[in-house]
Structure formats: C-alpha cells, structure tokens
Design a protein around this ligand. Structure first.
Ligand code: DGL
Length: 267
C-alpha cells in the first residue's frame, strides 16, 4: 500500500497522478486538516506532524510514503528518511524545468512561506538564478480557498490575480505551482494567464518517481505488487472532510463509490 500525505486536500492533486500511473495499487491518504495550513508554521511543528502521520501510515501497512506537500517536504523529508525504514518520495520544486524551458528568462514561483525557506528550494534557486529571473510569491489565502472548495469565482479570481498578474507583467512565461493545493485553481489561473505563460505542476513527475521507487523496492524485497485491476483508496482526515470527498469524486468519478473515509482523532 502507498501512503500519501498532505496538510489537507492539496495532496489529492498528486494522488490523482499516482492513481493514473499505478491504477492497481492501494492508496491510504491522510489529510491533516486540523493543522492546515502548514505554510506559515514553524518547521519544527511541521516535522512533528510529518512524523506522527508517517507512524500512522506505516502502522496501516504503507510500503512507501509520498509526501504530497511541498511545505512538509521542505521541512521534514530529511528527518523522515532518517527516522523510518521505508522510502519517502517528496515534492520537487519545479523551478528547474521552468528555468530550463523559459524563453523570456523570467519565471514566477507561487508557493508557501515554508517552501521558500526550504533547503531544496534554495539550492535549486542558487543553481538557476543566474540563468533566469525568479519572481517569488507566497500564495497567502489560496490554501484556505481550496480547503473550502472555492476553486473558481470572484474570490479565487481576485486572489489569484493579485499574485499572478505581477508575474505576467514582469514577463514571466512559466508559472510554477509550488504547493499541491494550487493545481486545483488551474482553471482560474489559466483564465488569467491565457497563452502568455505555461503553468508548471510537478505532480505527474513526482508520480512517475514514486512508481520507479516502488518498482525498485519490490524488486529488492521480492514482494509482489497487486494482481487486481483497480486499487481501492482509503482516506483519513484530522479535520473536516467535505471538500476532500467532493474532490475525490471529481477526480475518480464512480470509482469513488468503493472508497472509505475515516476521521482521525488519535494523532
Ligand atoms: N499542500 C501544501 C504544500 O504543497 C501545504 C500548504 C499549507 O498547508 O500551507 O505546500
């Protein structure tokens, strides 16, 4: 079973891609909504939450955990790998492909405060800041909108506009979505961006990486993957799960009928 974890519903944008490349696998998703958003919180707190969730997922039988949250990856992936005996796949800041493909030499990155402070991001920035101009923007309030299920409409237009418009005005031809909640705002972002910029979502690449890591793991341990055609997903939430259930159905359609939802009070 593959564990997937986020501060809330954002990681579903990664689960969507994981499901697409590994349709027979079982997934166990934890939304830590009681503590969302992670972005403005102290990294030590995010590490504590990541450890608690990882412990829970391993107890559920996770062979591999995908940290489907840029902020948690930035704060906790090193600690998680040092603490637990299973592999972890984290979110990669997609600044690299954006910088490599940019024609205008200007790239916009929308992420949380925690992600911008992370070593992974800062290392990538140091590598590419000579090549492109990087406009960083903390997407304050966007995670909260997505958690409420507000993906389109005047409120979303206004907040997305406030953050993305200045990037376009500065000539950005790539907008990197550095938080897994933001792909749910793609329609709103696309409306603003038109064909002036490419929206970069790292989730498909992360899903392919998870697939590679799982294949290597099974080869090493001799453990077989599932034989069935369609894996079942189970969802645990420490907070409200209305938006989660709505988005799961939007992504999975009728397959969502077989999925299970649980509230999680113990971690
Ligand atoms: N989905 C998150 C991320 O990728 C978490 C955002 C938050 O909780 O602030 O960073």
């Amino acid at each position: 079973m593959i564990g997937v974890y986020d501060s809330g519903v954002g990681g579903l944008s990664v689960w969507k891609e994981l499901r697409a490349v590994m349709p027979a696998e079982q997934f166990c998703y934890v939304s830590d909504g009681a503590y969302c958003p992670y972005g403005p919180k102290d990294p030590s707190f995010v590490i504590e939450r990541a450890q608690a969730v990882a412990r829970f997922l391993i107890a559920q039988g996770a062979e591999l955990i995908v940290v489907a949250c840029n902020t948690a990856t930035a704060a906790a992936i090193t600690t998680l790998r040092a603490t637990f005996p299973i592999p972890f796949v984290g979110m990669e800041p997609a600044l690299k492909p954006a910088a490599l493909h940019s024609q205008s030499g200007v790239v916009g990155v929308l992420a949380t405060a925690g992600t911008f402070k992370g070593r992974l991001y800062l290392n990538t920035l140091a590598r590419f800041s000579g090549r492109v101009k990087v406009i960083e923007q903390v997407g304050t309030g966007l995670v909260e909108l997505v958690e409420q299920g507000i993906l389109e409409g005047p409120e979303a237009d206004q907040l997305v506009g406030r953050y993305v418009q200045p990037m376009l005005e500065a000539g950005a031809d790539h907008i990197v979505l550095g938080c897994t909640h933001y792909p749910f705002l793609t329609a709103t972002i696309e409306k603003l961006v038109g064909n002036h910029a490419v929206i970069v979502n790292p989730a498909p690449a992360v899903a392919r990486q998870a697939q590679r890591v799982l294949a290597e793991l099974r080869e090493r341990t001799g453990k077989k993957g599932p034989a069935g055609v369609s894996g079942v997903s189970t969802f645990f939430s420490t907070g409200p799960d209305e938006t989660l259930q709505k988005l799961v159905r939007q992504i999975a359609g009728d397959a969502a009928d077989g999925y299970l939802y649980h509230s999680l009070y113990i971690i």
